[in-house]
Write a protein that binds this ligand. Structure first.
Ligand code: SF4
Ligand code: SF4
Length: 424
C-alpha cells in the first residue's frame, strides 16, 4: 500500500537496493585510488553507515539533529542550542530520480535529491532530523524550502543578495536571532553566551585541524588522493564536529609520518587540477574520481562540500552575546565565495590564491545541470584563467551515470592538454 507520499513498500525496497549499491561502489572506487591512510577509514565508515548501511548519525551526546541545506547555516549556533547540524545537500542519483517526479525538470539535481529523500523516507540521517534550515540562496533552494516543508518542518533563512556593507550583515544577523527560539523550541535548551562560545570553540577546533590538513594538501606530491580528501570533507556533514576534529588530528599525524617517510601517492609529472563549481556531494563524486582515474591529481577544490565550509574561522572581537552573533553573521556571509551573491569578485581572488598555493596547472569547472548561479560565473573564471595562462574546462553533469563516458573522454583530453601545455 502506498504511503501519504504515494510511495509503496516495493518502490522503497528497490530504492534502497539501488541507492546502497551505487554508494558502496563509489566508496570502493575512491578507496582503490591509492592506499587510504588508516586515519581516513573512519570518515569512509561514516559515509558507509549513512548511505550504505542506512544507519542514523552516530552522536557523542544526546543531541537532536537539525538538517541544514547549505554551508551558510552557522553550525556554531546549532551546537549552542544543544543540537547537531546534519548537512543534507545530497548527491544521490537514486533520490534524484524520485525527486524528479516532484520538482520541475530544469531544476538542479541537488534539490531533486533532497526532495527524493524527503519523500522516500529511507535515509535515517534525513528522517531523524527534527527540523530543516534552508537558506534561501538561489531559486532552486527558495522553492525547495517551500515544498519540502510538506515532509519536514522547514525554516527558510533569508540570505542577503549583497554582502559588502554592514547593512547586509545586519539582515543576516536578524535572521540568526530569529532562528534562535526556533532551535530552542526543538531542543528545550537555551542559547546562552556560554553555549555560543562553546559552539564557536568546537567548530574552531575543526577549522584549526582543517588548516593543518591544508598544509599537507599543498605539498608538491600528494600524501593522499584528492577524491579521498573530498570524502573526508563530505563526512563532516554527518559527524559531530568534535569527533571529526579528533579524527582529523589523527589523519594529520599520519600524513606527517607519510611526509617524513616520503610516502606519496602522486608522481612529479601528473597534472595538478583544481575543481570548482556546483557542490560535489556524496555519492556524486564521479568528477573527482574520473580526474584521478584518468591520471590527474585532484590537488584542491573550491566547493562548498569541500574546503569552503571550514576555511574561514569565526573571529570574535567582542565576546558579548551580541558580539558573538555579529561575528557569526559576518563569517557566514562576507568571506563566502558562493556565486549566489551579486558581486563575487572574492571568488576569483580566492581561486587565484589557491592556484598559487596548490601549484595548480588546470581548472575543472563543474556545473550541475540547472545550476545557473555557477554557470553565470564561468565566463569570468575563464577570463581570469586566460590571464594566468591556466587551462580551464567547463563540465556539465547531472545525477545519473549516463554521462560518465562523455565526461571521461573530456576529462582525459583535458589532462592531455595540460600535459602539453606544461611541457611547451
Ligand atoms: S552552492 Fe552556495 S547556496 Fe548552494 S549549498 Fe553551496 S554555499 Fe549554499
Ligand atoms: S546553488 Fe546550484 S546546486 Fe545549489 S541549490 Fe542552487 S542551483 Fe542547486
Amino acid at each position: 500500500m502506498a504511503d501519504q507520499n504515494g510511495i509503496n513498500e516495493r518502490q522503497r525496497e528497490l530504492f534502497i537496493r539501488k541507492s546502497t549499491r551505487v554508494a558502496a561502489s563509489y566508496l570502493k572506487r575512491a578507496k582503490e585510488l591509492s592506499e587510504l591512510p588508516d586515519a581516513a577509514k573512519p570518515f569512509f565508515d561514516v559515509l558507509e553507515n549513512t548511505y550504505v548501511k542506512l544507519a542514523d548519525i552516530q552522536k557523542t551526546e544526546d543531541r537532536k539533529s537539525i538538517g541544514t541545506l547549505c554551508v551558510m547555516v552557522p553550525a556554531e549556533l546549532v551546537y549552542a542550542a544543544g543540537a547537531m547540524p546534519v548537512r543534507l545537500c545530497s548527491g544521490s542519483y537514486t533520490a534524484y530520480s524520485i525527486g524528479d517526479d516532484y520538482i520541475p525538470r530544469d531544476a538542479c539535481p541537488l534539490v531533486k535529491a533532497v526532495m527524493g529523500f524527503g519523500k522516500i523516507k529511507a535515509l535515517p540521517a534525513f528522517d531523524n532530523c527534527s527540523l530543516l534550515v534552508a537558506p534561501v540562496t538561489c531559486d532552486c533552494k527558495k522553492k525547495l524550502a517551500g515544498t519540502i516543508d510538506s515532509v519536514k518542518d522547514t525554516i527558510p533563512l533569508h540570505i542577503p543578495p549583497l554582502k559588502k556593507d554592514d547593512a547586509d550583515t545586519e539582515i543576516f544577523l536578524k535572521e540568526l536571532y530569529r532562528l534562535i527560539p526556533l532551535l530552542e523550541n526543538v531542543t528545550g535548551k537555551q542559547v546562552t553566551a556560554k553555549s555560543l562560545a562553546e559552539g564557536i570553540n568546537m567548530v574552531g577546533n575543526a577549522q584549526y585541524e582543517m588548516s593543518e590538513f591544508l598544509k599537507y594538501r599543498r605539498h608538491d606530491l600528494s600524501l593522499m588522493s584528492g577524491t579521498q580528501v573530498m570524502a573526508v570533507m563530505n563526512a563532516y556533514s554527518y559527524m559531530p564536529v568534535n569527533l571529526w576534529a579528533e579524527q582529523m588530528h589523527r589523519l594529520n599525524e599520519e600524513l606527517k609520518l607519510r611526509l617524513s617517510q616520503g610516502r606519496f601517492v602522486s608522481r612529479k609529472n601528473q597534472p595538478r587540477i583544481l575543481v570548482t563549481g556546483s557542490p560535489i556531494a556524496f555519492p556524486n563524486i564521479k568528477v573527482p574520481l574520473l580526474i584521478e582515474e584518468m591520471g590527474g591529481v585532484l590537488a584542491a577544490d573550491e566547493t562548498c562540500m569541500g574546503e569552503r565550509g571550514l576555511y574561514d574561522p569565526v573571529s570574535v572581537i567582542d565576546a558579548s552575546f551580541d558580539g558573538m552573533m555579529r561575528s557569526l553573521a559576518s563569517r557566514y556571509t562576507k568571506p563566502c565565495t558562493c556565486p549566489v551573491f551579486v558581486d563575487n569578485s572574492q571568488r576569483i581572488y580566492r581561486i587565484k590564491q589557491m592556484i598559487k598555493e596548490h601549484k595548480i596547472q588546470g581548472v575543472i569547472y563543474h556545473v550541475l545541470r540547472g545550476c545557473l548561479v555557477y554557470d553565470y560565473e564561468y565566463q569570468l573564471m575563464e577570463e581570469a584563467m586566460g590571464k594566468m595562462d591556466i587551462p580551464i574546462i567547463r563540465v556539465e553533469s547531472d545525477y545519473n551515470e549516463e554521462d560518465v563516458e562523455q565526461l571521461r573522454i573530456r576529462i582525459e583530453a583535458f589532462i592531455e592538454l595540460i600535459k602539453m601545455h606544461t611541457s611547451a
